[in-house]
Design a protein around this ligand. Structure first.
Ligand code: C5P
Length: 227
């Protein structure tokens, strides 16, 4: 099947406080976006659409072409929107006509291993309309209100959602065409439209770089760049 991966990288990175959009913050010699794209290009072949802040489309193009190696023909870069959902919609508009499976991936999950992409693509190819990688929740969870614990929450029935999330293209297009409310991920949008969402195992290395502690963790995981 023909596959496209939309890499959303148009967030401001306010919580990281690095002063530039998060995707362009360095992990080592390379940015978060460049690391994320390295994983995408090591995964099964796909059209790759980078969604960048509108004033960083040129920088994102440089990063994407650097990561693409000999496959520059697979790369498109478009400007994002004010919310993640608007950014995904902008990416969807650039998907080639013959693509059947669309993955949506957070650039902030920069160290996601290529086999997570393969698992998600395979599950959609085998017939699921919507597939997300998940990890079990390790923390003990509480429902709280006004600084008081209301009740414990059974973590065994919960999962932490990651990306890349994969979708049958026609189903994702339809959900975006009809989207009303804003959702924090595409699985939530699809589920609100009545689509069953299947899970596959995620990976700890697919954590989202959100805070400075996450960035330090990412820095510790990447090998030093040889001189
Ligand atoms: O803010 P958060 O880390 O949850 O964003 C998840 C992903 O969505 C990031 O990769 C970010 O760049 C992207 N995003 C976007 N456009 C927005 C907001 C977030 O592409 N307006």
């Amino acid at each position: 099947p023909r596959v496209a991966v939309i890499v959303v990288a148009a967030g401001s990175g306010t919580r990281l406080g690095a002063g530039s959009p998060k995707a362009f913050v360095g992990i080592d010699a390379h940015t978060i976006l460049r690391h994320a794209l390295r994983g995408v290009f090591d995964a099964p072949e796909a059209q790759v659409i980078v969604v960048a802040p509108d004033d960083r489309v040129g920088d994102a193009t440089t990063e994407a072409l650097g990561a693409a190696g000999g496959r520059r023909d697979l790369v498109s870069v478009v400007a994002g929107g004010a919310t993640r959902q608007e950014s995904v919609a902008a990416g969807l508009a650039a998907v080639w006509a013959d693509v059947e499976i669309v993955l949506v991936h957070d650039a902030a999950r920069a160290l996601t291993p290529p086999d997570v992409f393969a698992r998600v693509i395979d599950a959609v190819a085998e017939g699921s309309d919507a597939v997300i990688p998940v990890l079990p929740v390790v923390d003990t969870l509480k429902r709280v209100a006004d600084d008081v614990v209301v009740e414990p929450v059974d973590r065994s029935v919960l999962a932490a959602a990651q990306t890349p999330q994969g979708f049958r293209r026609a189903v994702l297009d339809g959900a975006y065409r009809d989207a009303a409310a804003d959702h924090t991920d595409d699985a939530a949008l699809l589920q609100s439209a009545g689509t069953q969402v299947r899970t596959v195992p995620g990976d700890e290395r697919a954590f989202k770089i959100t805070t400075t502690a996450d960035l330090e963790h990412a820095r510790a995981l990447v090998e030093p760049v040889p001189r």
